[in-house]
Design a protein around this ligand. Structure first.
Ligand code: SF4
Length: 311
């Protein structure tokens, strides 16, 4: 029987934060409330604050149901992908729909900028884990690093995060993305630390630009420096940036389409692909070479490592 194809699902991929995670992508490519310097989805965001039905909810839930019927093994079903998930006005209905289909916990990855809206907080509260971002300690850094929609401001954004914490009993895992020379100064670290105290996330996860980004301004913070930042920032801060740790478990027949599926979301190294597909590098290398030869993917070197993306 031909393999099922999915428009809104990807993976499951092995994720550092979520284990085996089935991705659900519910907004068109790079439709977002921000245009972050470190974004891996391309330079120009379709900047919007408009909540609407970007993709049909029923079609998304049909796919999730089909995928479960195929024997889905996943630790989380995660709403994430090509832009800002909370822009979809039926996110809450989708989370309800997934809950009705399976006991697999749900997660929402969001930049958090719309949490000032009660309807967005209500929707996100239906997830088991919500993973917002906070990369700046002040308005100027927020503008420089996250390049938000002109109608967004830093105070309202932070207040939304606090309000969500007050209302939500589930897990909040806050990601802080550091770019060298932009938010790595002591003032930003101190201010982010103070804000974190008021937002009270369950986890504080530090990341940096280990993968290629479209803007050269997003520069990687070396591991030793990130460790120092973690110490200064908060006792609970942990580093999730992947500086090359590798946990492959050879498992199944991998196809070129599996690789395209993973790197279509963001540029990936050989290690990322191996981890995402729980595969051995020896399985993946020939497929990458074949895709490169066919011109289906391209390679770019960053910090001494090759990253692959769709052509
Ligand atoms: S919030 Fe995410 S999708 Fe939006 S621009 Fe920033 S990194 Fe890209």
């Amino acid at each position: 029987m031909a393999a099922e194809t999915y428009h809104y699902l990807f993976g499951p991929v092995s994720s550092r934060r979520l284990g085996r995670s089935l991705g659900v992508d519910i907004v068109p490519m790079k439709t977002c409330t921000q245009n972050c310097l470190y974004c891996q989805l391309g330079r120009d965001a379709e900047l919007t604050l408009e909540r609407k039905v970007y993709v049909p909810t029923e079609a998304v839930l049909d796919e999730v149901q089909r995928r479960i019927g195929e024997g889905l093994q996943a630790d989380y079903i995660t709403f994430s992908g090509s832009g800002e998930t909370t822009l979809h006005s039926e996110l809450g209905a989708m989370l309800d729909g997934v809950k009705a289909l399976t006991d697999i916990p749900t997660a929402v990855i969001t930049n958090g900028t719309l949490l000032f809206r009660p309807d967005v907080r209500r929707d996100c509260a239906k997830a088991d884990v919500v993973m917002p971002s906070l990369d700046a300690g002040d308005e100027a850094t927020f503008q420089r690093l996250n390049k938000p929609h002109p109608d967004l401001d830093f105070q309202t954004f932070v207040e939304g995060l606090r309000q969500f914490r007050d209302e939500y009993a589930g897990h909040i895992w806050l990601e802080v993305f550091f770019c060298a020379g932009i938010n790595t100064d002591d003032d930003n670290i101190r201010n982010i630390g103070r804000l974190v105290e008021t937002i009270r996330p369950d986890k504080i996860q530090l990341n940096t630009a280990v993968r290629p980004t479209t803007d050269a301004g997003a520069v990687l913070v070396p591991l030793a420096h990130l460790q120092e930042i973690a110490r200064k920032l908060h006792p609970k801060a942990e580093i999730i940036a992947d500086f090359g740790r590798h946990t492959a478990v050879p498992s199944r027949q991998i196809r070129e389409s599996d690789i395209i599926d993973i790197i279509g979301r963001h540029p990936c190294s050989l290690e990322d692909i191996c981890k995402g597909l729980s595969a051995d590098p020896d399985q993946i290398r020939p497929l990458i070479e074949s895709l490169l030869r066919a011109g289906n993917i391209t390679a770019e070197t960053r910090n001494g490592k090759d990253y692959f993306k769709t052509a």
